[in-house]
Design a protein around this ligand. Structure first.
Ligand code: FES
Length: 107
């Protein structure tokens, strides 16, 4: 089981904002969605571009890949539109003492 990796203090991750952390070789984007934190692999399933460069849609709860426009649900990683069809991996997030942590729970 991989270790938790530090992302940032909650004070640096306000609603709609993103932060990126690395769990080994896995880039993870963590997003504050109206006070709840969600973590996805920072790698679009269409052509592996970094999702963290894209915009967050707070109303839909999604993030858009800037390369070709695929959107993914922040809550579960599901692909919401073409050209992506496969979900991105979703990872756990924990908040302790005002600090945000995540980990790649596949390893
Ligand atoms: S790489 Fe993300 S939509 Fe193509």
């Amino acid at each position: 089981m991989s270790d938790w990796v530090f992302v940032c203090p909650t004070s640096q991750l306000l609603p709609g904002e993103k932060a990126v952390a690395w769990a080994g070789d896995t880039p993870i984007v963590v997003v504050n969605l109206d006070g709840a934190f969600y973590a996805l692999e920072d790698r679009c399933t269409h052509d592996e571009f970094e999702l963290s460069s894209g915009d967050v849609d707070l109303a839909e709860g999604s993030i858009t890949c800037v390369l070709h426009g695929a959107r993914f649900s922040l809550r579960d990683g599901e692909a919401l539109c073409a050209p992506a069809y496969e979900p991105v991996a979703k990872f756990p997030v924990k908040v302790e003492d005002g600090l945000v942590w995540t980990r790649d729970d596949r390893t």
